[in-house]
Design a protein around this ligand. Structure first.
Ligand SMILES: [Zn+2]
Length: 144
């Protein structure tokens, strides 16, 4: 029998829509990384959805233009992120690839949506996200 040839990029790694765009990993997200990326995408998009519903009175599953812009931006960042494998969550990422304005916006979204998300769906991933925020919060706690 023949094992899968690891180093060979035979077009289209099996795992879903996350073919790498222009980064040096040759599209070789392994399954775990792809999954993590997907989960982060899901989480962040749901958070933006919750935020938008709460602030801009949009229908469930829809985003206003403002939030869609943010969502598109975040999706783009996540898809290109070279650190998905090792980091926990974009908000605690050492690279800070977000533009300051966008970072402020996504943080606002997380502050609002994080706790609500836990109420709706108390899953591990969300607990983790919240935990990440707490950690950050602590380190940022200057005199506000
Ligand atoms: Zn909105």
């Amino acid at each position: 029998m023949r094992a899968r040839q690891g180093g060979d990029r035979a077009g289209g790694e099996a795992d879903g829509p996350f073919a790498c765009k222009g980064c040096r990993c040759d599209g070789a997200d392994d399954a775990a990384t792809a999954k993590k990326r997907q989960r982060e995408l899901d989480t962040v998009q749901r958070m933006i959805g919750i935020y938008c519903q709460g602030h801009h009175a949009t229908e469930r599953g829809e985003l206003c233009a403002h939030c869609r812009e943010l969502s598109d931006y975040v999706v783009q960042r996540i898809e290109r992120c070279p650190l998905t494998e090792s980091k926990t969550f974009c908000s605690s990422c050492p690279v800070h690839c977000y533009r300051p304005e966008m970072r402020e916006r996504i943080r606002e979204v997380m502050r609002y949506a994080g706790p609500r998300m836990l109420l709706v769906n108390p899953g591990k991933a969300f607990a983790h996200a919240l935990d990440t925020m707490r950690t950050r919060h602590r380190s940022e706690k200057k005199s506000v």
